[in-house]
Design a protein around this ligand. Structure first.
Ligand code: ADP
Ligand code: MG
Length: 337
């Protein structure tokens, strides 16, 4: 017999696509904080995020009336019409994160908007509302996610060791911090401070915090623009090349994504400088008119399509090449050698 699935089951299925592991929760919640205009975000996890995740921001908050709505599937304040999909300027837009997380965990949200007299505390466990009450709260939003996948044991079984999930989350928070130098990030794992960025806008300082002196002393600045895209950030000199691709970071409109075109353009530009099986270290942001990209091709928004791929390849290749050549062609002759 064919019948429509109930909302609870639909949410659980959808949650599987958006929320694969604790890191997915962190990614979605931090994106929400950034979209809410937060300038300071604190991320706390325990046991690799499986038992406890808390994200605190000083963003715009959610009104009392809209809190339950925010947890409905496809509920978003970021798209008003289908046309908005053609020019997405926020990190979120699918309206799936809160409903998905709430479907597979025990969620507590405390939020207050600037001119509201009181805040709201809302609890939802496995998609079912537990409580909704007024409460005194500071401006902004705090979300606590407990016991992820407690009601989907099959998914829970596939989680890696807490230390593995924890280091995946650390990498993710670092990327969030590097792609948003204007936002202050604090990351606390099992009670220990792991990362703090000041939010003063200086990317190089964040790279120093994360990677240390050796890399920071060997950075080249990249700065290029044409009428469609602006490229900014840092590249390490080829001598600093790494054994795998995990140091090849780039962001499109401050979103960490993977794109074959960009990876190829960057690696091709480095080709004659680095040895085979060595990969560049980069932290580059591409600022591009949202109407020239499509980010709506993957539920977790990990991939993206450029309307004009050949142009994107050429401009990236040329810009990286120029940044490298500028320094590398001028031999650094040490006297006496
Ligand atoms: P999306 O981000 O795709 O809109 P979400 O399910 O992640 O969908 O969030 C639903 C809505 O809840 C958002 O559109 C936003 O209006 C609100 N919201 C979520 N998190 C926050 C937050 N930290 N601060 C303010 N508003 C938030
Ligand atoms: Mg979101």
């Amino acid at each position: 017999m064919i019948k429509l699935l109930d909302q609870y089951t639909i949410d659980k299925i959808a949650a599987g696509e958006v929320i694969e592991r604790p890191g997915s929760v962190i990614k979605e919640l931090v994106e929400n904080s950034i979209d809410a205009g937060a300038t300071a975000i604190t991320i706390e996890i325990k046991e690799g995020g499986m038992s406890f995740i808390r994200i605190t921001d000083n963003g715009c908050g959610i009104s009392k009336e809209e809190v339950p709505v925010a947890f409905l599937r496809h509920a978003t304040s970021k798209l008003q019409t289908a046309d908005d999909l053609l020019k997405i300027a926020s990190l979120g837009f699918r309206g799936e994160a809160l409903s998905s997380i709430a479907a597979v965990a025990q969620v507590e949200l405390i939020t207050k908007q600037e001119d509201a007299l009181t805040g709201t505390r809302y609890q939802i466990h496995g998609g079912k509302e537990i409580s909704n009450e007024e409460i005194g709260a500071p401006l902004g939003t705090t979300i606590v996610v407990r016991n992820l996948f407690y009601n989907t044991p099959a998914r829970k079984k596939f989680m890696k060791a807490p230390a593995t999930e924890g280091s995946y989350i650390y990498d993710l928070v670092c990327r969030m911090a590097m792609s948003h130098p204007d936002v202050s990030f604090k990351f606390i794992m099992n009670g220990t401070d792991k990362l703090f960025t000041s939010g003063n806008g200086r990317l190089k300082e964040i790279i120093y915090h994360i990677y240390g002196r050796d890399i920071t002393n060997n950075l080249l600045e990249i700065h290029a623009a044409n009428d469609q895209v602006k490229i900014t950030g840092y590249l390490a000199k080829p001598s600093i090349s790494r054994g795998n691709r995990s140091f090849e970071d780039y962001y499109v409109n401050q979103r960490y994504i993977k794109s074959n075109i960009l990876t190829k353009a960057i690696e091709d530009a480095y080709r004659t400088f680095v040895m085979v099986h060595k990969f560049p270290f980069t932290v580059i942001n591409f600022e591009i008119d949202p109407s020239l990209i499509d980010v709506n091709i993957h539920p977790a928004k990990r991939e993206l399509k450029f309307i004009n791929e050949p142009d994107m390849y050429d401009f990236t290749y040329i810009s990286v090449r120029k940044a490298l050549l500028f320094k590398e062609l001028i031999p650094t002759v040490t006297p006496g050698k």
